[in-house]
Each structure stands twice: as structure tokens, then as C-alpha cells.
Write a protein that binds this ligand. Structure first.
Ligand SMILES: *Cc1c(COP(=O)(O)O)cnc(C)c1O
Length: 425
């Protein structure tokens, strides 16, 4: 690969998604270009940038719908969770209409769907999970298993390469009720073949619950084609819905009426406003709702999903792979001589849209980079995670960030930063 800055500029000039960058706050490049500390944001996989349309969308809901329409606005708001779910289904997840709902947090949705899935496989007492999955996934699996007297088979996974499908295959038997996996590993970016793994799990008679938090908006997903059972994920990462934005859940259409979720709230009730005496879940995806949805936050989610759908997941995924390949090429050339190792799959086809590198002083390097305007994040045990969200990150941004990374290593200044971790990394 040609790794000059001029080559990166040429790729930006030819990028069909280039126009989307200006639709995000903080991207006024004409003013900032050339400034030595121009912000290079490589953490869109933790908190996506704010779309410029978002404040107006929020203001509209606040001033017209809340201040003006008051309680009468509920006639429109009541449909937002499924309307946004349908937008996600068609624009991002490759699911069918009526299979996705925007609600609650990823953690809570994982709990609801995991309990529902375990209930749907009576007589099976094992949940299979990955030892290197995101903490909330591991904790929720452990908590559900403890409450139900089930056993967790926590499969070892390589921190850099992810879970080997052969290890998963060997762990599947007639005791397994549910398998919980992240399609893109939060630390390394290792990518599962969702369709192949789903087939493997189905052959064992179990259900699979995918966490798509690091995949939605980063890679192409075809839940319908994979015949995936269940999925959850965030909207505040690549989908740019804002901090704490509500999450999504997916339940394949034919499973919906067989499944019961454990939080019996009134938003999942048939004829909700009949205020009936006993819980009787409504048919369809809305039975997986619990209580009143966060209407303000959903207005921001809608803008984020709209931009991703407009760009198209094919183009976004291709650019995500290309940005990752540039990171890998520059890391090989500039960082490896300083003891920085690639900590992600080398093959772009086996990665999501982020790339991780390892160095014993990763935490100090992260602080030094942030002081120089490069925002990655630190992940245990010794990783620097670089997440160039393809919707608004340019090839030159990656090039400049890697150039500053090289400078931090060459100067050795990172060693002056404290080794103790901050509360938020
Ligand atoms: C970010 C992330 C979450 C976050 O869950 P919240 O309930 O939104 O805090 C969960 N799972 C994975 C895999 C993630 O990457």
C-alpha cells in the first residue's frame, strides 16, 4: 500500500462518503487544517460524533412536541420505538420490518432476551459465552445463570484473534440453551461470521444472541440472511445517537410470539390503555418493550440512524476496512520498530472498523496522544484502540494520528505520564 500523506489525500478526494464529514460538529477542517493540535478523533466506536442536525431535532421535540403538543404528542411518540426499529432493520441490520425495537440499554436488552431464550429451551441448563466478551455481557450471563441454576461455559478466546469457531463447535451439545457472542470483539475488533456461527448453534438445537454494539454502523450485517435468532446493540457508538442513547433489540419474526421476556411492563401489554388486570403480552416485537421510552433521546437516535442509512452500509464497511488497512500499514512501518504490536486480526475481512495495538505503556501512550490531539482509548491489559468511524474520518486524519503516535514514541515523553489508570478510560 502507498503510505504517503499525498496518497491519503488522494483517497479522501476520491471518497464517495467524503461529504458526510461536514455534517458532524467539530469537523471544520478549513480552520483547523495545519494546526498542530487539530483534533483527530479515533473513538467513534465508543462515542460517535454529534450530527449537526441533532440540536435542531431535539429542539423541535422540546419546543413543538413537548412544550406545544404536551400529552397529545403521545399519539405520535407511541410509535417511535418501532419506527426507529424499522429504520435500523432496513438501513443497518439487514432485518425485516417488525423485527427491531429501540428501547432501554444494551445491558437491559441483553438480560431480557437472554432470559426469554433460556425459557424457550427448557431442560437445557448451559449458557455458552466468550471469556473475552465485553464486561456487561459476561456479568449479565453470569447473573442470569446464577438466578436460574444454569451453568456458564465461558470459552477462552485469543485477545487479538477472537474466539475460534472450532472452540465454539466443541462446546456445543444438547445441554446448551443459548450462546451469547459479540459479532465484533470490543477489544480487538475480531469479526465473527454471523451466518456460519448461527448455523453451528442451530445444529446443536440452541439459540444465539448476538451483541452488535461494535458492529452496527461499522460492518455489513444481514440478520435475515443469517436467520439470526436474537440480537442487541448500542446506538451511541457508530450510530451517533449521543451519550446514553437507547439501545436496540432484534427478535426474528417467527420467534417473537414464542418468547416471553422477564420484565412485564405496560409497554409490552396488549391493548396497553385498557389498563387490564393481568399482563398479557402484545403479539410482535413490542412485547419486548418495558416502560415509557426516552422520547428526547430517540430524536437524536433518529438523526444518527438516518445518516448511516443514507451513506449505506456497503460503502461504510468498505471505507472502514480501508481505514483499518492504512492503520495496519502505518503501524507496521512506524510503530512496530518501537515495540508496538498489532493486536487485531491482520486480515481486514476478519475485523470490524477498529484496530488495536499493544504496548506495555499503552495507558501512558494514550494520555500522551490525547494531549497531542489524538483521541483513541486505552483498553486492558495494554492496548490502544483506534476507532476511525468511516462516516466522518478521513484517510489524512488516520495518517496524521499515526504520525503523531510515531512522534510520541520517538520522543519517549509518554514515559512521564502517570501509570495509574483514571476512572474512565
Ligand atoms: C458498548 C457495549 C455495551 C454497552 O452496554 P450499555 O448497556 O449501553 O452500557 C454492551 N456490549 C458491548 C459488546 C459493547 O461494546
Amino acid at each position: 500500500m502507498e503510505t504517503s500523506r499525498a496518497a491519503a489525500e488522494a483517497r479522501d478526494a476520491a471518497d464517495p462518503l467524503a461529504g458526510f464529514r461536514a455534517r458532524f460538529a467539530g469537523t471544520d477542517d478549513s480552520a483547523a487544517d495545519g494546526a498542530p493540535n487539530r483534533l483527530l478523533y479515533l473513538d467513534g466506536n465508543s462515542l460517535g460524533r454529534m450530527p449537526r442536525e441533532t440540536p435542531a431535532a431535539l429542539t423541535r421535540v422540546v419546543e413543538q412536541e413537548w412544550a406545544g403538543g404536551l400529552v397529545g404528542s403521545w399519539s405520535a411518540w407511541i410509535g417511535h420505538a418501532t419506527r426507529l426499529g424499522d429504520a435500523l432493520a432496513s438501513g443497518v441490520l439487514g432485518a425485516r420490518s417488525g423485527e427491531v425495537l429501540v428501547a432501554d440499554s444494551t445491558s437491559v436488552n441483553l438480560y431480557k432476551l437472554l432470559v426469554a431464550a433460556a425459557d424457550a429451551r427448557p431442560g437445557r441448563d448451559v449458557i455458552v459465552a466468550c471469556a473475552d466478551d465485553f464486561p456487561t455481557d459476561r456479568y449479565i450471563v453470569a447473573g442470569v445463570a446464577a438466578a436460574r441454576g444454569m451453568t456458564v461455559r465461558e470459552l477462552p478466546a485469543d485477545l487479538d484473534e477472537g474466539l475460534d469457531p472450532a472452540v465454539l463447535a466443541a462446546a456445543l451439545d444438547e445441554r446448551v440453551a443459548v450462546v451469547v457472542l459479540s459479532s465484533v470483539a470490543y477489544r480487538s475488533g475480531a469479526l465473527h461470521d454471523v451466518a456460519a456461527v448461527t448455523r453451528l448453534v442451530h445444529d446443536a438445537g440452541a439459540l444465539v444472541l448476538w451483541d452488535l454494539s461494535h458492529a452496527a454502523g461499522a460492518v455489513e450485517i444481514d440478520l435475515a440472511g443469517a436467520e439470526a435468532d436474537l440480537a442487541v446493540g448500542c446506538t451511541y457508538k457508530y450510530l451517533n445517537g449521543g451519550p446514553g442513547a437507547p439501545a436496540f433489540l432484534y427478535v426474528r419474526r417467527d420467534l417473537q410470539d414464542q418468547l416471553r421476556q422477564p420484565i412485564w411492563g405496560w409497554f409490552g401489554q396488549r391493548d396497553q390503555f385498557e389498563m387490564g388486570p393481568a399482563y398479557d403480552p402484545v403479539p410482535g416485537i413490542e412485547r419486548f418493550a418495558v416502560g415509557t421510552p426516552p422520547v428526547l433521546a430517540m430524536a437524536a437516535v433518529e438523526v444518527g440512524i438516518g445518516l448511516i442509512a443514507e451513506a449505506g452500509m456497503g460503502a461504510l464497511a468498505a471505507k472502514g476496512r480501508a481505514l483499518g488497512e492504512l492503520i495496519v500499514a502505518l503501524a507496521d512501518e512506524w510503530l512496530a520498530p518501537h515495540g508496538v504490536a498489532l493486536a487485531s486480526p491482520r486480515d481486514a475481512g476478519r475485523r470490524g472498523a477498529h484496530v488495536t495495538v499493544a504496548h506495555p505503556a499503552a495507558w501512558q501512550l494514550t494520555q500522551a496522544l490525547i494531549d497531542r490531539g489524538v483521541v483513541p482509548d486505552f483498553r486492558t491489559p495494554d492496548r490502544v484502540r483506534l476507532g476511525p468511524a468511516p462516516l466522518y474520518t478521513r484517510f489524512v486524519d488516520v495518517w496524521d494520528a499515526m504520525d503523531r503516535f510515531r512522534g510520541v514514541l520517538e520522543s519517549g515523553e509518554f514515559a512521564n505520564y502517570p501509570a495509574e489508570h483514571a476512572r474512565v478510560t
